[in-house]
Structures are given as structure tokens and as C-alpha cells.
Write a protein that binds this ligand. Structure first.
Ligand SMILES: [Zn+2]
Length: 187
């Protein structure tokens, strides 16, 4: 059996589940921008989010009063230029989310797979990997990769044409997971 590697790219900045105190809208969008404030040698860095509806600002703390010299120049520059990969790194960091009591809208995380799924009927082990610890159920990502519904993935799993070592609903895709398509698998 051969192995296919698929890279899971996050194609947009995920939003957060949070009720706006002003307009009661349930979601905040990620502005894609950091705010960096220098006060002498100390820096405060926030990730700016805003209510999708009324644009009320919500600043998520990245660093508070950090010594400027603790950040490497390259890293500091990445904050100044609102580096996309750096934003995603924070957004998927459980410690950052917990510190800010922020909850990602997992339903809205858009994944762009890069790689090839073998033709129907051909057995293969699929290794899926992401640069971020994705909090999505692996079953949902498998459904996306095979271009079928989640219930179809569950049926393939129960009829034995798809092997997955975990729970399709609760095991997270995380940074990497794998599943196996057996001979004769069908969409
Ligand atoms: Zn609002």
C-alpha cells in the first residue's frame, strides 16, 4: 500500500465566538493586524479583533510589558508587518486562547488541502499534516479531503473501507493524523 501526504493549509483567519456587549452579535472577526505599543524599553502587543457587525474592537493580549530585547528583531518585524503565519500561530495556540478567554469558531475554519487523494478503489494510507494544531474533528477533515459528507465518512468507517485509529467526531486533526483507504473504497 502506498502513502499519500496531504498538507492542510488554513485559507482564512478564523473568527471567534464572543457576544458583542454593544450589539449582541455572536462573532468577532480577526482584523489581521497586531497593535504594537512601545513604552520605553517595554512593549505591549495585541491582536486586534472586532465585532463582525458593529466593529467594536476587542484586543487580545499577545505580550504585556515585555522587554523589547527579549524579542528577536525578525520576530519584532513580523509583528510590525502583521505577518499572516504569525497571526495563525497565535490563533491556534491554546495558551494564547486561554489567556484571552477566546473561543475559536471551529465550524468556520477554512482548510485548503494540498496533495492528491488516490482514485476510488485504490488503497492508500493518507497522512495529513498542518503547521498548526487544528482543533477540528479529524472526521470533518477526512470528509473534506474525500469530498463526501461526514455521515458518509462514518459509514465507510463502519463498513470497514476506511480505517481510522480514533473517534471521528472527537479526535482532533491537530498537527497530524492519518487514515487508511482500503481496496475497493467508494465515495
Ligand atoms: Zn457589535
Amino acid at each position: 500500500m502506498h502513502t499519500e501526504s496531504i498538507t492542510l493549509q488554513v485559507s482564512s483567519l478564523p473568527r471567534f465566538i464572543k457576544t458583542c456587549p454593544r450589539c449582541k452579535h455572536p462573532y468577532y472577526e480577526n482584523s489581521g493586524c497586531f497593535r504594537v505599543n512601545a513604552n520605553g524599553k517595554r512593549l505591549d502587543i495585541w491582536l486586534i479583533c472586532r465585532c463582525e457587525h458593529c466593529k467594536t474592537i476587542w484586543n487580545l493580549s499577545v505580550y504585556e510589558r515585555i522587554d523589547r530585547t527579549k524579542l528577536q528583531t525578525e520576530q519584532y518585524d513580523a509583528y510590525l508587518r502583521n505577518d499572516h503565519a504569525l497571526i495563525l500561530q497565535h490563533v491556534f495556540d491554546p495558551a494564547f486562547l486561554q489567556k484571552n478567554r477566546a473561543v475559536l469558531d471551529c465550524e468556520g475554519i477554512a482548510i485548503q488541502p494540498v496533495g492528491t487523494i488516490p482514485p476510488e478503489g485504490t488503497a492508500a494510507q493518507i497522512l495529513a499534516a498542518s503547521g498548526y494544531p487544528l482543533p477540528l474533528p479529524a472526521g470533518r477533515v477526512i470528509a473534506l479531503l474525500l469530498n463526501v459528507s461526514l455521515s458518509r465518512v462514518r459509514r465507510m468507517h463502519s463498513d470497514g473501507t476506511l480505517l481510522f485509529n480514533g473517534d471521528l467526531r472527537t479526535t482532533k486533526a491537530a498537527r497530524t493524523f492519518s487514515f487508511t483507504l482500503l481496496d475497493g473504497w467508494k465515495r
